[in-house]
Design a protein around this ligand. Sequence first.
Ligand SMILES: [Zn+2]
Ligand SMILES: [Zn+2]
Length: 290
Amino acid sequence: MPRTQIKAANILLAAIAFVALSGGLASAHDLPLGDGKVSTSAKQGYVLSCQTRFPANAPGAQASGAWLDDEAGTWDPDLKPVVDGAVNWPSQITLSVENGQRLVRANGLPDHPTGTYPVSRSDDAYQYDRNPNTITAQQVILSLDASPSLANAPTCLPMGMIGFSLTGAAIYNALDAGGDDAPAREIQDSCNGHPEHSGEYHYHNYSSCFEDKQSGPQGHSDLIGYALDGFGMYGTHDVGGDTLHTSDLDTCHGHVGPVEWDGKIVEMYHYHFTEDYPYTLGCFAGTPAR
Ligand SMILES: [Zn+2]
Ligand SMILES: [Zn+2]
């Protein structure tokens, strides 16, 4: 193809891409920013956080960009850059139930490719978030209640692991080290994961790399992982297949309903991921393992 034709083709492609992107914008993927939605009591749409003071100069993202609209108090996940790369890991996870305890043994490495960490200088994500950490294997041994029950009162969420995903990696709460909205502020890879200072790869929100075939009762989401109180964490869909939002759930981000649990359909309490803050749990409704 002559040079001018290539150029024209590129311009046409760029125009198509632009139209496609603008079309995406019209679908208004603006999510409310969760900054400051940290509470010392259980409250819908908030994180009941064990840590109540957050350092002003905490590690995390260095800059914000066009995906964040601080004035409107919104962010658009479709516009956020991602950490590039496709690194494969020797993920290991075994699950078993013994003496009423669900045992999770894993190396903390996900069963899907991750971005390249530390974030490379040449990555467009680098100008926003220079995550300097390296993904490293962990020794994960969890002993969770296999038949969890609701506690008398909710419990606060720690920083660090609050649950564990069937992908083999950890799930953290919605907060970054500064107490702000981690999914909105920090740059993750295309699976919505990144490592913290000890190298533990983790998610703060739903990942397209989770497997949810909505094979539960009437299109209810599948199990994505377990919270540390033993309750299941499911995808974003309710019975009937409807997409759930935080306003549909209780203060801890759960509800009671039919789910597939250890191969049976049971009516029980469970958590849901949602697209909106706090994305995973608001608190522990049961009693978390230590
Ligand atoms: Zn994080
Ligand atoms: Zn449900």
